[in-house]
Design a protein around this ligand. Structure first.
Ligand code: NDP
Length: 451
C-alpha cells in the first residue's frame, strides 16, 4: 500500500473512532499514535484484519462511573466523580493506576487505559490493561480529608476489583498515603488481606523498589538506547520535568549514572540549577514534595544559585537528554523545536503521552532518539507485576533481586523495540513499541475468540 493510501486509511479509521466519542481528545490522540503504525502492519498481516482487532481494542471491555461523596473538615458535603476503565483482559487481569487530579475525565482515563494495554504487553508479564481515578484534588487537603475521600472512593470501587480481577496502583496524586487508605478500606469491606493493590507499604505486602521503579526503569531504558548508539550517560546534561514520584527517581538514577541533572518542575514552573542537582539536594526535594507537600520554587530559597522560571517548562534549557516526567501533552511543538536547536539528542518519556503528535514529528524529522512512555516508563507496572508474584508466593524479594528483574525487563522491552522498529540503520522506538505491544495482545485475542 502506498503512503497516500496509508494516510487515507488512517484518516478513515480515526474518523470512525471519533464519530463514537467526538469530544475525547486525549483518547483519540492515543489511538492515532498507535493506529499510525498498526494499520500498515495489519495490512501486511491479514490474519489480524479479519479479526477486527484494532476496532475491538479501542472499545473498553467495561467502564464504571460512580459518585464519591465525602465530608470535608468543615463538615460540608463534597462530591467527586469516580471511574474505573477495564480496557483489555486478553493477557491477564486488568492492571493500571488510579489518578487523582482535577483534570481527570473519561477521555484522560481511556487514553491512559489504552496505552496501558500495550505497555503491559511489552513487559512480557500476564497483565491486561486498565486505569481509573477521580477528579478529586489531594492538593491543599488535610490528611483526614484525603482519608475520608479514599474510603468513600473504595466503598464503591471495591465491588469491581479484586486479586483475580483488577489490581489498581498509584499514578498522579496517588502515592503511598492514598494507596494505604484505599487498601485499608478494601480490606475492611471484603474481610480479605489479598494483593488487590500494588504500591503497598513494604511492611504490609509491598515490593521493595516499587516506589523507585518507574524512574529507575526509565534510566535503564535510556542506558540501553545510548549503548545501542555506542554512547553513555556519563557527563551528559539532563533536563527533567515534574518533581513527583517518577521525576524524583529518574533524577536519582541519572545522577548515579554520572549525568548532570539541571532541572525539575511542577505545575507552577521549573527550577534550573546550573551546578547540577546532587543526591543531597534531591533529598531536600523529596522532603519538600512528599512530606511538606510544598512547591518546587522553594528549592531556590534553599539553594540560591538555582533559578525559578514561573509558568514555564524546562525544554528551553540546553541539554543532551530530555526526560518529560510530569503529565500528558507537556512537551509541545515549541518545546521540541527548542530542544532540537539546543542540541538535545535523546528524549525518553517518564510520563504517559507527555509529547504531542506535532512534537514527535519534529523529533522524527531531526533524527532525535525518541522513546514513548509505553516502553520507557513500563518499569513501574513491571515491578507491580513483581509485587503480585511476591504476594502470591507470600514472600518478599531483596532489593537486589527486584532490581535485577527490573533491569532484565527494561532490556527485553528495548530489544523488542529494536526488533520491530528497525528502519535502515535507525530504530523507530515508537513503531517498535506499538507493534511489539500489539502482537502479543492480538494473538491472545484471536485465540480467545470473539469476546
Ligand atoms: P506525582 O503526582 O507523583 O507527580 C506529578 C508531577 O507532575 C508533579 O510534579 C506535578 O506538579 C506535575 N504535574 C501534574 N500535572 C501537571 C500539569 N497539568 N502541568 C504541569 N505539571 C503537572 O505523579 P507521578 O510522578 O506518579 O506521575 C507522573 C507521570 O508519570 C504521569 O504521566 C503518570 O501517568 C506517569 N507514570 C507514573 C507511574 C508511576 O509508577 N507512578 C508509572 C508510569 C507512568 P504539581 O505538584 O504542581 O501538580
Amino acid at each position: 500500500m502506498s503512503t497516500n493510501n496509508h494516510q487515507t486509511q488512517l484518516k478513515g479509521f480515526i474518523e470512525s473512532v471519533k464519530a463514537k466519542q467526538p469530544h475525547e481528545e486525549e483518547f483519540l490522540q492515543a489511538v492515532e499514535e498507535v493506529a499510525e503504525f498498526i494499520l500498515p502492519f495489519i495490512e501486511e498481516n491479514p490474519k489480524y484484519k479479519k479479526a477486527k482487532l484494532l476496532e475491538r481494542m479501542v472499545e473498553p471491555e467495561r467502564a464504571v462511573l460512580f459518585r464519591v461523596p465525602w465530608l470535608d473538615d468543615k463538615n460540608e458535603i463534597q462530591i467527586n466523580k469516580g471511574f474505573r476503565v477495564q480496557f483489555n483482559s486478553a493477557l491477564g487481569l486488568y492492571k493500571g493506576g488510579l489518578r487523582f487530579h482535577p483534570s481527570v475525565n473519561l477521555s484522560i482515563l481511556k487514553f491512559l487505559g489504552f496505552e496501558q494495554i500495550f505497555k503491559n504487553s511489552l513487559t512480557g508479564l500476564p497483565l491486561g490493561g486498565g486505569k481509573g481515578g477521580s477528579d478529586f484534588d489531594p492538593k491543599g487537603k488535610s490528611n483526614e480529608e484525603v482519608m475520608r475521600f479514599c474510603q468513600s472512593f473504595m466503598t464503591e470501587l471495591f465491588r469491581h476489583i479484586g486479586s483475580e480481577t483488577d489490581i489498581p496502583a498509584g499514578d498522579i496524586g496517588v502515592g503511598a498515603r492514598e494507596v494505604g487508605y484505599m487498601f485499608g478500606q478494601y480490606k475492611r469491606l471484603t474481610n480479605e488481606f489479598t494483593g488487590t493493590f500494588t504500591g503497598k507499604g513494604v511492611k504490609w505486602g509491598g515490593s521493595l523498589l516499587r516506589t523507585e521503579a518507574t524512574g529507575y526503569g526509565l534510566l535503564y531504558f535510556v542506558k540501553e538506547m545510548m549503548q545501542h548508539n555506542g554512547d553513555s550517560l556519563e557527563g551528559k546534561t539532563v533536563v527533567i520535568s515534574g518533581s513527583g514520584n517518577v521525576a524524583q527517581y529518574a533524577c536519582e538514577k541519572a545522577i548515579e549514572m554520572g549525568a548532570k541533572v539541571v532541572t525539575l518542575s511542577d505545575s507552577d514552573g521549573y527550577i534550573y540549577d546550573k551546578d547540577g542537582i546532587t543526591h543531597e539536594k534531591l533529598e531536600f526535594v523529596k522532603e519538600l514534595k512528599n512530606e511538606k507537600r510544598a512547591r518546587i520554587k522553594e528549592y531556590t530559597k534553599q539553594y540560591p544559585s538555582a533559578k525559578f522560571f514561573g509558568d514555564k517548562r524546562p525544554w528551553e534549557v540546553k541539554c543532551d537528554v530530555a526526560l518529560p516526567c510530569a503529565t500528558q501533552n507537556e512537551l509541545e511543538e515549541e518545546g521540541a523545536k527548542a530542544l532540537v536547536k539546543n542540541g538535545c539528542k535523546l528524549v525518553a518519556e517518564g510520563a504517559n503521552m507527555p509529547t504531542t503528535t506535532e512534537a514527535i514529528h519534529i523529533f522524527e524529522k531531526n533524527d532525535i532518539l525518541y522513546a514513548p512512555g509505553k516502553a520507557s516508563n513500563a518499569g513501574g507496572v513491571a515491578t507491580s507485576g513483581l509485587e503480585m508474584t511476591q504476594n502470591s508466593l507470600r514472600l518478599s524479594w531483596t532489593k537486589e533481586k527486584v532490581d535485577e528483574e527490573l533491569k532484565a525487563i527494561m532490556r527485553k522491552i528495548h530489544d523488542q523495540c529494536v526488533e520491530y522498529g528497525k528502519e535502515n540503520n535507525n530504530v523507530n522506538y515508537l513503531k517498535g513499541a506499538n507493534i511489539a505491544g500489539f502482537v502479543r495482545v492480538a494473538d491472545a485475542m484471536i485465540e480467545q475468540g470473539v469476546v
